[in-house]
Design a protein around this ligand. Structure first.
Ligand code: NDP
Length: 530
């Protein structure tokens, strides 16, 4: 049996010891989650919403201790634990509590009178069953709980695997859900490293929702493909921020510092490339250097930037910093601070061959690059593998939105940064190598379900028009029908030239009309059987 120790990046204190899950435990978790999922799915959506509404109340009542655990586990300052982790969860919980029933309701679909005479069609949404959620260490509460809630509102059970760097937060999530009246085993977790993630996929959940790096995402998809299990991948980013000369430069400077250094840059949507129009480039670069000097490093409620979560991440950032300087970039200052804390740094004179311009940084480095035109900056921003988020800054909103819509990203914001990701109504996710699938919003909730399409014929006619026997005459009749529906010319021209053929379908269209009339009548309020 192996034990994983959790150590705070703030001061090196031991936060807890966790027993790693064995493969048989993971199998058992899947099995009990499967039977809990059956009970949960059977509860109607509105009732599920009432039960899940308790989650926000419990979280609110315990918000200080929740933020404390998140902060001590990740190293982030308390305000970021509150605003970046707890608050978005409250938002998404409220949003789905209000909208889940509407988003998941059955949808009636129109049917064509000749192909499906008198038939009705509908789409119902079914939960997948057991959703495996594999989550990263940078927002271990917000990402994991938003996805757990989405899965639950949609009617699934969940087995989640937090990063081995976030185990106290995993325990916290379990403790919070344990306070709800949920079927036994509906929310469970497994403890371990990447191998544990692999074993979770091998235990054959019905959907895998993965948030993490591109390389691990590839491995997850490959593993899921063996079953095959559908996957949602939320991967990395190299987000661009574009600043035009007509932007409110003070506000934009503060937005850039926040966008690049929030959570010490360890956000998938951190600003990692800052493009500034040549006319204001020098001035803006100086403003950034002045602004950076005022940022405070610390913990609790005191600092702006907290500790980096892992030594490994510090090494990645250090490598990019050293590489950039060795290749001729200039820096606003030293990267080292002390322990797991890093100074935020602005870099300029950067070139495309530098690692900081090629790979995700996930740390407090901000490269600034000049551009000369709208077209050029769109080209710059669209370079590279990732396509997660972007922001455009200008007082000319039409121009900013025009540029935004030409970017290859899943999300963008104008004159604001990062916050768009937390909007509960906006589906969030990437394009290109930033992944696929969405969470948040109506689309995000539906992603935790699959559509079931149903068609009911109410026909009492002897046959459907397409049934056997076939004949040359029947062939010509069908050809006439197809020309009537899709051919060129006006409605009357098409009916005239296909009149003969359409006679063959007379009884179906008459039946369809009659049936439609009856269906319509059934929908009248006084005819409905409530
Ligand atoms: P990783 O890809 O290293 O890990 C993500 C999760 O996958 C962890 O729980 C990890 O476990 C687990 N894991 C590792 N190997 C495997 C495997 N072979 N099979 C199954 N699971 C495995 O990412 P990080 O935790 O380092 O997170 C940072 C990355 O996440 C960045 O690239 C960032 O951009 C991205 N991210 C994307 C977001 C988005 O919404 N698009 C949001 C937040 C982050 P363990 O940690 O225990 O090894």
């Amino acid at each position: 049996m192996s034990i994983i120790q959790s150590i705070s990046p703030i001061d090196g204190k031991i936060l807890g010891e966790f027993e790693a899950s064995l493969p048989e435990h993971i199998e058992q978790a899947l099995q009990s989650a499967r039977s809990a999922a059956k009970q949960w799915e059977a509860i109607e959506v509105k009732q599920r919403c009432r039960i899940l509404a308790q989650f926000s109340r419990i979280l609110l009542a315990e918000i200080d201790s929740v933020c404390e655990v998140i902060s001590r586990t990740t190293g982030k300052v308390l305000t970021e634990a509150l605003l970046g982790e707890a608050y978005p969860v409250l938002d998404i919980a409220k949003y789905y509590e209000k909208h889940a029933a509407r988003i998941l309701r059955n949808q009636g679909i129109a049917t064509s009178p000749f192909a499906f005479p008198g038939a009705t069609a509908e789409i119902t949404r079914k939960p997948y069953g057991v959703v495996a959620i594999i989550s990263p260490w940078n927002y271990p509460f917000q990402i994991t709980v938003s996805q757990i809630l989405s899965a639950l509102f949609a009617g699934n059970a969940v087995v989640f695997k937090p990063s081995e760097l976030s185990l106290p937060v995993g325990q916290l999530i379990m403790d919070l859900f344990a306070k709800l009246e949920l079927p036994q085993g509906l929310v469970q977790w497994v403890v371990g490293d990447g191998q544990c993630g692999e074993q979770l996929i091998d235990a054959s959940p019905d959907l895998v929702v993965f948030t993490g790096s591109l390389n691990t995402g590839r491995a997850v998809m490959q593993r899921a493909a063996q079953h095959p299990i559908p996957v949602i991948l939320e991967l990395g980013g190299k987000d661009a921020m574009i600043v035009f000369e007509d932007a409110d430069l003070e506000r934009t400077r503060d937005g850039a510092l926040y966008g690049a250094f929030c959570n010490s840059g360890q956000a998938c949507v951190s600003v990692e490339r800052l493009y500034v129009l040549e006319g204001c480039y020098e001035k803006f670069r100086q403003m950034l250097c002045d602004g950076i000097a005022k940022l405070k490093i610390g913990h609790g409620t005191e600092g702006d930037l907290g500790a980096m979560t892992s030594k490994r991440q510090i090494e990645i950032v250090q490598k990019q910093y050293d590489d950039a300087l060795a290749k001729g970039a200039k820096a606003s200052g030293q990267l080292e601070f002390e322990g797991n804390y890093l100074n935020p740094v602005v870099l300029w004179d950067v070139t495309p061959d530098m690692l900081v311009m090629q790979e995700e940084t996930f740390g407090p480095l901000l490269p600034v690059i000049p551009f000369i035109s709208e077209d050029e900056v769109i080209q710059f921003a669209n370079k590279g593998d990732f396509g997660l988020n972007a922001s455009i800054w200008s007082t000319d909103i039409a121009k900013a939105e025009r540029v935004a819509k030409q970017l290859e990203v899943g999300n963008w914001s104008v004159n604001d940064v990062l916050k768009n990701v937390g909007h509960p109504g906006l589906p969030f996710g990437g394009v290109k190598k930033s992944g696929f699938g969405r969470y948040h919003g109506a689309e995000g909730l539906r992603n935790f379900t699959y559509p079931v399409s149903g068609l009911t014929s109410r026909s009492h006619l002897a046959k459907e028009p397409n049934w056997f026997p076939y004949s040359e005459e029947r062939y010509q009749q069908f050809k006439g029908y197809i020309d009537f529906v899709y051919g060129t010319g006006s409605f009357f021209q098409r009916i005239k030239r296909n009149w003969q053929a359409l006679q063959a379908f007379r009884e179906y269209s008459a039946f369809d009309l009659k049936q439609r009339w009856q269906n319509l009548q059934l929908m009248l309020p006084w005819k409905r059987d409530f």
